[in-house]
Design a protein around this ligand. Structure first.
Ligand SMILES: NC(=O)c1ccc[n+]([C@@H]2O[C@H](COP(=O)([O-])OP(=O)(O)OC[C@H]3O[C@@H](n4cnc5c(N)ncnc54)[C@H](OP(=O)(O)O)[C@@H]3O)[C@@H](O)[C@H]2O)c1
Length: 237
């Protein structure tokens, strides 16, 4: 399969990229910075690519920049690349612990821009590359976006992920007839720069679940909503 992963240079995005390559897939790894040569930000990803010649293509994909996304999609289309899956992984967590009274609305706007509009931009421009193939779109969400379990904090992140769940649900309805599965996946609290060292979860474990979902090795629990964990279990929307 040919699979786009955003935010592929570190954290969960890197783990998903490594797992997909290990399973024999080709990955278009979305990065910021220099997509053509190994700068400090992306050096680990470039080293990974050396283990899988010809199967890791890095692409400049700042998810906040629609023109850059459109260029990347056009360039892949021009090279005849067809897609089977997208993993919308890139996200930011800003204003952790801010009380509402001190909330910086810039954090709110940036979170919506990257965590919600980012996946919308990516799907808008990369969906045509599926052609008439079936496939899968995984939007990496968070339990912080659950309305049922709202905990009264992390407004920028929680609201952006709740809205991402709505986008995922809409997309599911839109793509159902084309057999493109859509999942909004909470990967667990995992050890990454975002999750911190004390997180109990392992990004490699979450990555295996996400790869299983893409390969349809695990079928998500049937239910009205597409919000699930990385093992395919339904989560409260
Ligand atoms: N960690 C957790 O416990 C946890 C829990 C629930 C959900 N999640 C979700 O899991 C996903 C991955 O999180 P993580 O823990 O791996 O986070 P992370 O370690 O902070 O990595 C974030 C990734 O997103 C990229 N990114 C940020 N802004 C971007 C932009 N404008 N365009 C393109 N890429 C951008 C970063 O690239 P740069 O290196 O260029 O900044 C990096 O690759 C996120 O959707 C997050 O919300 C994580």
């Amino acid at each position: 399969m040919n699979i786009v992963v955003t935010g592929a240079n570190r954290g969960l995005g890197y783990a998903v990229t490594a797992e997909l390559l290990k399973r024999g897939h080709s990955v278009i790894a979305g990065v910021r910075g220099d997509a053509a040569s190994p700068d400090e930000r992306n050096s680990r990803l470039f080293r990974l690519g050396e283990q899988y010649p010809g199967r890791l293509l890095t692409a400049l994909l700042d998810v906040a920049d629609e023109a850059v996304i459109a260029d990347a999609a056009a360039s892949l289309k021009g090279s005849g690349v067809e897609l089977d899956a997208i993993v919308n992984n890139a996200a930011i967590l800003l204003g952790r612990g801010s009380r509402l009274e001190e909330l910086d609305l810039e954090d709110m706007a940036a979170s919506m821009d990257i965590n919600l509009y980012g996946p919308v931009r990516v799907v808008k421009h990369f969906l045509p590359l599926f052609g008439d193939r079936s496939g899968c779109i995984v939007n990496i969400s968070s339990e912080a976006g659950s309305l049922t379990n709202a905990y009264g904090g992390d407004y920028p992140y929680a609201l952006s992920k709740a809205a991402l769940n709505m986008f995922s649900q809409q997309l599911h309805r839109y793509l159902q007839a084309r057999d493109i599965a859509v999942h909004a996946v909470h990967p667990g609290w995992i050890r990454t720069d975002m999750g911190g060292e004390q997180a109990p979860g392992d990004p490699e474990d979450a990555a295996r679940g996400i790869a299983d979902l893409i390969e349809r090795r695990i079928a998500p629990a049937s239910g009205p909503f597409v919000f699930i964990d990385h093992r395919g279990q339904s989560l409260p929307i």
